[in-house]
Design a binder for this molecule. Structure first.
Ligand code: SAH
Length: 360
């Protein structure tokens, strides 16, 4: 048994945990959590993200930031914040591209990473070697100034609650210790107060349905929106998820690029859930800033010029390298790869009625 399993079983012996508590523990435990202890990314890891697939992803996002910086008046100094930067690849590609073709922005940008994992902070420091970076454990610790904020596959790692529609209402789905010593799901006997926050249409789903809620995602969206409202700037949020709220179980565990049982070998797999983008746009609206999208990642990247960028890279590439560029392009934008499942949304101040990549 791993130390995390031992700890989890001790906790469960005292009573079941909500799915949110389970996610928080297995992913973020300060000593034994999945993210705390390892680099989960890349071919030898558990999953691959867009910036790890192709340099074009980070480059285009860097240039998106540079463009938005221009739209807000090209201030001499602006924070460039990334939430959950993984290996730091996106930011390294973004900064390299900006130094080449948007040097004013590159000089103005002050980089801040919000990252909890010590293992990944090390990798980020290596990826950004020679560039000034500040690290923070929480967004609230980042200086309160105008900022461009990026988050790729960050919100999907924040804990979600699952509610199950029972005869007596929506009751919280729980993780418990079964008699045979294994983990299993159960459902609380009485309805959850969280049910009040369900989308009215989702609340009508038939008995047996599962609905998901993430107060953490909501709070994060609110904090981002407030930052933009008070200090100016914009945020770009990319994740896999859906545009409208709906019933359904999207909790998944991935290890070595394969799906596995969410409760099997806890702490050894990445556990995530789809992001409900309607909660993001609702928070922006309630704070009084503008939101853009969500649109599909494939559409967004095409509008930013990924096909043209691939063409440029291929001009200097040999046959093998060119094939790799095409393969990366395909993975990022094709409908049956990441192009449709992944969505992109942005937040911006009221003063901006347009952001690159989005059509209003
Ligand atoms: N954005 C990167 C990595 C995605 S993996 C990429 O696209 O490759 C999720 C990242 O979020 C990891 O860096 C993980 O350590 C970080 N993370 C997860 N939960 C976090 C939290 N609550 N606060 C800060 N960082 C978190």
């Amino acid at each position: 048994m791993t130390p995390l399993e031992r700890l989890l079983k001790r906790r469960l012996a005292a009573g079941p945990l909500t799915v949110a508590e389970y996610m928080k523990l297995v992913l973020g435990h300060p000593r034994y959590g999945y993210y705390t202890t390892r680099d989960p990314l890349g071919a030898n890891g558990d999953f691959v993200t867009a910036p790890e697939i192709s340099q074009m992803f980070g480059e285009l996002i860097g240039l998106w930031c540079a463009h938005v910086w221009g739209l807000i008046g090209a201030p001499k100094r602006i924070l460039l914040i990334e939430l959950g930067p993984g290996r730091g690849t996106l930011m390294a590609d973004a900064i390299r591209a900006c130094r080449k073709v948007a040097s004013g922005f590159a000089a103005a940008a002050e980089i801040h990473f919000v990252e909890t994992s010590p293992a990944l902070r090390d990798m980020q420091a290596r990826a950004l070697y020679g560039t000034q970076v500040s690290w923070h454990a929480k967004l609230s610790a980042v200086p309160r100034e105008p900022a461009l904020i990026i988050a790729n596959e960050f919100l999907d790692a924040l804990p979600i609650h699952q509610l199950v529609r029972m005869e007596n209402g929506w009751c919280e789905r729980l993780v418990e210790l079964k008699r045979d010593g294994r983990l299993g799901f159960t459902v609380a006997a009485t309805p959850s107060p969280l049910a009040a926050a369900l989308d009215p249409l989702v609340a009508l789903a038939p008995i047996g349905s599962i609905a998901e809620l993430s107060p953490k995602v909501r709070a994060m969206a609110r904090a981002l929106a407030k930052r933009i409202a008070h200090f100016g700037g914009a945020a770009l949020l990319i994740d896999y998820g859906h545009a409208a709220a709906g019933a359904g179980d999207t909790l998944q565990a991935v290890r070595s690029h394969r799906r596995q049982d969410v409760l099997g070998d806890p702490g050894s797999a990445d556990v995530t859930a789809h992001v409900d983008f309607s909660t993001l746009t609702a928070e922006a609206a309630s704070v009084g800033i503008r939101s853009f999208g969500p649109i599909e990642q494939g559409v967004f990247l095409r509008r930013l010029g990924i096909i043209e960028r691939a063409g440029m890279l291929k001009r200097d590439a040999d046959k093998a390298a060119a094939a790799q560029i095409d393969a990366g392009l395909k993975r990022l934008i094709d409908t049956d790869e990441m192009g449709t499942l992944f969505k992109v949304a942005a937040f911006g101040p009221r003063s901006l009625d347009h952001l690159p990549g989005f059509v209003r």
